[in-house]
Each structure stands twice: as C-alpha cells, then as structure tokens.
Write a protein that binds this ligand. Structure first.
Ligand SMILES: *Cc1c(COP(=O)(O)O)cnc(C)c1O
Length: 382
C-alpha cells in the first residue's frame, strides 16, 4: 500500500504531455530514428532560443555536456577547477576525469549555492600560489539559480571562465535571464528525473559558436573531412538521437506549465509546514525565480522532534519516495583530500546535508498525492 490509491509516489518521475508521440511518430515515419536528423537540429535551435544563446549542441546526457565543457576549457592533468561542493557528482566528475584537481566551494545560506565569499578566498589563495583555476563550475541547486551577480564578476576579475551547470534549473531565471544563459558554457540535463526529459539527454549551450562547432566535432568521433574514416584526434559518441530530440521538442513546449506546477506543489508543502517549528524551506532570493524542480526542506530534530531521516523512513513505509540532499563533494571518498573553502567560518553545505530532505515534487502528482504525502509527514511529527 502507499499513496492514496496504493501506488508508489516517486520523487520526480517523467511527465509526458501526449504530444511527444507525434514527434516520435514523425521520426519513425520519415525513418529518422538514427542519430541526428531534423528533430535534433530543431531541438538545438529551440533550446538556443530558450536559453538566449547563439549556439546549442544536443547530447546523450548532461554528463556528456560537462565532459565537453572540460575539453573546451582545455582542462589537462594538474589544472585546477573550482566547483560548488553541494551538487550531484556529474558537475565535477568529468573535469576530474580530464585530470583536473578539484577545489570545492561551500554554499551560502541565501541560495544554498556557491558562496561568493568562499569563492573569493579561493581565488585569492590561488593567486598567491600562482596556480589559478582553469574553470569555475557554478551549479543551480534543485532549480535555484546561484548568485550570478556576485560570482561572475569574481570570475571575470580573475580571468577564469565560468561554466553554468543548469542541469536542474531548466525554466528558472536569474533577474529575468534564463538559466543556461550564464558563463562561457552552460548545460541542461534531460534525464528522466529532471523537470523536462528526453528519457536521457543533455544540451551544451554557449555564445561561442566556434567552440560549439568544436564540441560538435568531438561529440561525433572527431572525424576529419576526408573521403574515408580519418581521425587526427580522438573524439566521443555523445550525440542525441533524433527520436529523443523529438520527445524533447514536445517537452520544451510544456516547460512553462511544468514550472508553474512544481511551484504550486512547493506552495502546498509550504502552506502545510512553514509554521512547524524546526522545518525550513529552501529559500528563493528575490533576484531569482526557481523552477522548484524539487521541494527541499531542512529539519532541525531538536525543534521538530524527528530528524530528516525519520521522515524519510516514515514516507518510505507509506510507499512515498523522498531523498537526502546531495552529499557535498568535499565529503565524498572519491574527492578525499581535496581542498575546500567554507562559508565565513561555517560549513553550510554540511549543515544542509545533515538536515535536508527532498520531497516528492513530480508535476504529475495529483492533489490527493500531495495531501497524502503531507498527511504522512504530519503523522510522524510529534
Ligand atoms: C542530473 C545532473 C547532471 C547530469 O545530467 P545527466 O543528464 O544525468 O548526465 C549534472 N549536474 C547536476 C547538478 C545534475 O542534477
């Protein structure tokens, strides 16, 4: 049993609108099921338009896009990369796989994203040591844009390109500018759990058309313009298939509605628990509008009487999926020993990790589903 009708309530399942099948059918009818094709080109144009970018490259995943960012940024063995610590591993892993040494930056309490003072401290130390970073990976956590107005000027001052990991923030904006429009490069994910999906996929974005053409070449096996298969360098097989791009085109049209639905789900949780002592909601600073990809709370067991994990366990018993927030990268065994900068004498990401919980936020949740989850949480509160 679980949910009101006995079905499991997932954290963030795919939500199809119905029109996807028309695009897929078109791909089948025209025999464009192989990689590339007209849907891919159209989806790239539509994503470039959506993100206010001149150029876009459709890929098999957000992780593939991050890997191409590492190549375009020229990351080589021993180069330093600054990255938000509070994120999913794929923000950072491709850079480290390219040989980068990660330096991890704590969150600030205002947005839970990269702390500008911690970033500044890291830059100052890098300057002193004469070992400047090759890139700064800034992440828009759970849909919430980071503080671009403070982070980008720092990157500019120190001459380091910024990369915007907008995997979770498709449809969000910072001061009216869409997520994905910031930094030298940015990328989206269309993984199955994201706000819109192609089942699996990603999009690399930039205003540097030449760099995107370079990425296009690398993402399709780096084939020389010769009559035979000739390779002067080695590439990848990272492109998105035409079938999946068709799904993406239909999903992108639904994005504004999906954002409103996720924000409405957040409001329902907020109305239910904002008065509960010890429960706090992920903030939305006035300079941004988040897509509320996931509704995230923190739980202070001393005030609430139960912990985040108690709630997660109770929800699990009611057949409702919830998840801890991302474990910070500076606490990951894979990055043991990596340098890390806390936020003004605090470790905000560790505080969030200790208390955070992601609640079911799928745009296809019914009102009954949401009420069921709220009821299940109320049941375990003392
Ligand atoms: C999902 C995600 C990615 C990776 O995207 P995939 O399409 O799953 O490869 C990267 N960064 C963040 C922050 C993500 O949430």
């Amino acid at each position: 049993m679980g949910g009101i009708s006995g079905k499991r309530i997932y954290l963030s399942p795919p939500h199809l609108g119905g029109e996807e099948i028309e695009y897929v059918k078109e791909a089948f009818d025209t025999n464009w099921v192989a990689p590339l094709g007209p849907h891919v080109e159209a989806f790239e144009r539509e994503c470039a338009l959506h993100s206010d970018r001149s150029s876009a490259l459709a890929l098999s995943s957000g992780t593939a896009a991050a890997a191409l960012c590492a190549l375009l940024a020229g990351i080589k063995s021993g180069d330093i990369v600054f990255c938000s610590s509070m994120t999913f591993v794929a923000s950072l892993a491709p850079f480290v796989q390219s040989g980068a040494i990660p330096i991890l930056i704590d969150s600030e309490p205002e947005s839970w994203n990269m702390s500008p003072p911690a970033l500044e401290e890291a830059f100052k130390d890098a300057e002193k040591s004469g070992h400047m970073p090759k890139a700064v990976v800034m992440v828009n956590l759970y849909g919430q844009p980071c503080d671009m107005g403070r982070i980008l000027p720092l990157c500019e001052r120190y001459g380091t390109p910024a990369i915007e990991d907008a995997a979770e923030s498709v449809g969000s904006n910072y001061r009216g500018h869409p997520s994905g429009s910031f930094g030298k490069f940015s990328f989206y994910s269309f993984n199955g759990n994201k706000i819109i999906t192609t089942s699996g996929g990603g999009m690399l974005l930039s205003d540097d058309a030449e760099a995107i053409e370079r990425a296009r070449f690398l993402s399709a096996q780096a084939r020389d313009p010769a009559p035979w298969y000739q390779h002067s360098e080695l590439g990848y097989n990272f492109r998105m298939s035409n079938v999946l791009a068709g799904i993406g085109r239909a999903q992108l049209k639904l994005l504004p509605r999906r954002v409103e639905t996720r924000r409405a789900i957040f409001m329902k949780y907020y109305e239910a628990f904002s008065d509960t002592p010890g429960i706090f909601f992920m903030p939305e600073p006035e300079w941004s509008r988040t897509n509320r990809w996931l509704t995230v709370i923190t739980v202070d067991p001393e005030k609430t009487g139960v912990s985040n994990f108690d709630i997660m366990k109770a929800l699990g018993a009611a057949n409702v999926e919830s998840r801890p927030v991302w474990k910070p990268m500076h606490l990951q065994p894979a990055f043991a020993g990596a340098k890390y900068y806390g936020h003004e004498g605090r470790d905000v990401s560790e505080e969030l990790f200790a208390k955070g919980l992601c609640l079911p936020s799928g745009s296809n949740m019914t009102d009954d589903d949401i009420s069921f989850v709220i009821g299940a949480i109320r049941d375990i509160l003392p």
